[in-house]
Write a protein that binds this ligand. Structure first.
Ligand code: CA
Length: 250
């Protein structure tokens, strides 16, 4: 379901983001007037035209090219992506990864590139258009068998999942990060040692509620890595938190 706040979050009205925001609003209006399909599906079509089937690197390159030459994409992108890959490299072979927020499938492809079989990814995406784009891009990259893509809200899907997961990548609606992480704890879907990577935790995203939780609740060892918002020079950060477990032994 289309929701305007899902495209232009209010925090994007911060003065530092005016130029960035103005360009996106202009592109959004042009696309609406033209009756263009959702942006992720156009990015999917661009990747299908320019990437080599089975060559994940070429799919990522095509999505990067679309994001820089055509329309901005809120994928993790080429600067922060290696941080995610670095964390994937720390988890054991055969590990299970959970992603909240598939968008175009960019991060799912990056995760599969670094996660050796039989490691597998479960990705939850609330938007049907995003999920369609992600599914096709993941298949184009050759990872269809490695990813379970679930379409639905994180709050509804999390209780249905089988865990635990060795790494969780949070990249969905930012106001849900804390709530969903607590839900993962409650359902024992993370274990001591699980790495939680949260994208877009720079100040422009107003991440205080989430950062206060992972840094002060006593159940995580947490650190911030500075970066830039995908495909821009605006400051951003990625929060990397390792779950210690709860006092109850979860
Ligand atoms: Ca992101």
């Amino acid at each position: 379901m289309w929701h305007p706040l899902g495209v232009f979050p209010w925090r994007f009205l911060h003065p530092r983001m005016w130029a960035f925001n103005a360009r996106n609003v202009l592109h959004f209006l042009i696309d609406k007037l033209r009756g263009a399909p959702p942006r992720p599906l156009r990015a999917r079509d661009f990747a299908a035209e320019h990437a080599t089937p089975g060559d994940a690197t070429s799919v990522l390159a095509a999505l990067d090219r679309y994001a820089t030459e055509k329309r901005w994409l809120m994928s993790v992108g080429p600067e922060k992506g290696p941080l995610l890959s670095e964390m994937i490299a720390r988890i054991p072979a055969g590990a299970r990864v959970l992603e909240l927020g598939a968008y175009c499938g960019y991060s799912a492809i990056m995760i599969c590139q670094r996660l050796p079989p039989p490691g597998a990814l479960v990705s939850v995406e609330i938007s049907r258009a995003n999920a369609e784009a992600a599914r096709d891009n993941i298949a184009l990259a050759g990872f269809a068998e490695r990813v379970e893509l679930r379409v639905g809200s994180s709050s509804e899907e999390i209780p249905k999942l089988d865990g635990p997961f060795d790494l969780v990548f949070l990249d969905h609606w930012k106001d849900l990060y804390k709530k969903d992480l607590i839900l993962l704890e409650e359902h024992r879907l993370i274990r001591p040692g699980t790495i939680v990577v949260a994208d877009n935790t720079g100040d422009l995203f107003d991440p205080g509620v989430y950062l206060d939780y992972v840094r002060t609740c006593g159940r995580y060892d947490s650190e911030s890595r500075e970066a830039h918002i995908e495909y821009s020079n605006l400051p951003d950060a990625v929060e990397i938190s390792v779950y210690r477990g709860s006092a109850e032994g979860a």
